[in-house]
Design a protein around this ligand. Structure first.
Ligand code: AMP
Ligand code: GLY
Length: 423
């Protein structure tokens, strides 16, 4: 098979890495990819949002399967376009991707189908939202309705913060159209985790449950980021909790989407929080998580392409997804200053030479400058390692992290520490 991966981050590098290991696959393309991806796949210089050119490329190159990384092209209807042209593609179509594309839609769907999540209100008028905030008890969580590149969520402990958030979203329109509606949610506390499953529209196949580290500083302090590291499987998911997540959240979501004539095919990623009253949905994503995928796929023993082909043929009911024993940990190395301002173009040192066994380096923001790797984004590299237990996987990952550097390189030193404390 000729497989095309769409996107340019560490998640897409992990997808390329995994797909290349499939016995079904002869050639892997990535659009647009990055420096590290270009070492593993043929990179095509088409941005992930350029649906027309991606389609023309896939038709011309007779691509047998396309896998979409980021949410934006899914929400914009890339899958619909590919399918209308008879191309095999993995991901939800536009109507199904609404689950991530509109937080108001997702909240109302959960309410209609009694899927546990935070209490909420939806507002389209700034003044009404302001009045609500003024009369409500803090803390509150304010979310722009549409896609906001992971920046549309404000956790507010003070009313003034909430009022500023509303102003930014609804009046200044810092996220454009995504701010025409807001969701105001009850603040929940508990351990957060990411459950990802492949769905054929009816059946679910679960990947290893993971935990992301969203905050920039050690101890989960500081600003929210795209994710500074992850590990899997997470010990916070005992048998009973996992059963509840499957039967109270994941299965009802897939059934709800089918019943509402939006059959969901693709990866369903639930961002969950384990409250004292049980698991609750914080958000749905309609795609693979980043950085979660960078630990979930190295941990997988099963063939992803085989699973996706089964999924497309409606045959997930009998598909067994298997993981290797042990655990995987991935540490992100970011540009100094991320998630605020940072500089790029710094040469990356330490990528040459052989890697320690059971380690892989995934590239996010890297590009070639005169043939050499330089930084090109906020998150630059992820070192993923796997081992018989989490502690060994973390130690192994950090050994390689210590050999990589560039001007201003920054990483958290406590990836996986919550998991270790829990064991
Ligand atoms: P989201 O993009 O919706 O996952 O939100 C980003 C982060 O904001 C989550 O990972 C949580 O840490 C936090 N968050 C979102 N919704 C809530 C909520 N209702 N209660 C507490 N924290 C939340
Ligand atoms: N890890 C967070 C995300 O993929 O949205």
């Amino acid at each position: 098979m000729r497989v095309l991966i769409i996107g340019s981050g560490g998640r897409e590098h992990a997808l390329v890495w995994k797909v290349k290991r499939s016995a079904l696959v002869k050639k892997v393309y990535c659009a647009p990819g990055n420096y590290g991806i270009s070492c593993d796949a043929l990179c095509i210089d088409i941005p992930a949002h350029d649906i027309k050119r991606l389609l023309a490329f896939a038709v011309k190159e007779k691509i047998d399967l396309t896998i979409v990384g980021p949410e934006q092209p899914l929400v914009a209807g890339l899958v619909d376009e590919f399918e209308a042209n008879g191309l095999a593609i993995f991901g939800p179509n536009q109507r199904a991707a609404e689950l991530e594309g509109s937080k108001a839609f997702a909240k109302e769907l959960m309410a209609r189908h009694k899927i546990p999540s935070a209490e909420f209100r939806i507002f389209t008028a700034l003044e009404e939202a302001q009045n609500y905030v003024n009369s409500a008890r803090m803390p509150l969580v304010i979310k722009a309705d549409g896609l906001a590149a992971g920046k549309g969520v404000y956790v507010c402990t003070e009313k003034v913060q909430a009022l500023i958030a509303l102003h930014q979203i609804m009046e200044s329109r810092v996220f454009g159209q995504a701010g025409s509606r807001v969701v105001i949610e009850e603040f929940l506390t508990g351990e957060e985790l990411s459950v990802l499953a492949l769905s054929d529209g009816e059946n679910l196949v679960y990947l290893a449950p993971a935990q992301d580290h969203k905050r920039i500083f050690d101890g989960d302090l500081g600003a929210n980021t795209g994710g500074m590291g992850a590990y899997a499987p997470t010990p916070f998911l005992d048998e009973e909790t996992f059963r509840r997540i499957r039967t109270e959240i994941m299965e009802p979501t897939i059934r709800a989407m089918a019943r509402e004539d939006r059959p969901y095919r693709g990866v369903l990623y639930a961002g969950l929080i384990l409250t004292s009253e049980g698991p609750r949905v914080l958000e749905y994503n309609c795609r693979f998580g980043d950085p979660e995928t960078q630990v979930i796929l190295p941990l997988a023993a099963s063939d992803l392409v085989e699973a996706i082909m089964a999924c497309r043929a409606g045959g997930l009911a009998n598909f067994q997804w298997r993981n290797h024993a042990g655990a995987a940990a991935g540490v992100v190395i970011a540009s100094g200053g991320y998630p605020e301002r940072y500089t790029t173009g710094h040469p990356i040192v330490g990528l040459e030479g052989p890697l320690e066994k059971d380690v892989v380096i995934f590239h996010s923001g890297t590009k070639a400058a005169e043939g050499h790797p330089v930084t090109a984004g906020g998150r630059v590299l992820t070192v993923t390692a796997w081992a018989p237990d989490l502690e060994a996987a973390i130690a192994r990952a950090y050994r390689t992290v210590g050999k990589l550097t560039f001007d201003g390189a920054y990483y958290r030193r406590d990836i996986g520490a919550r998991g270790l404390r829990k064991r």
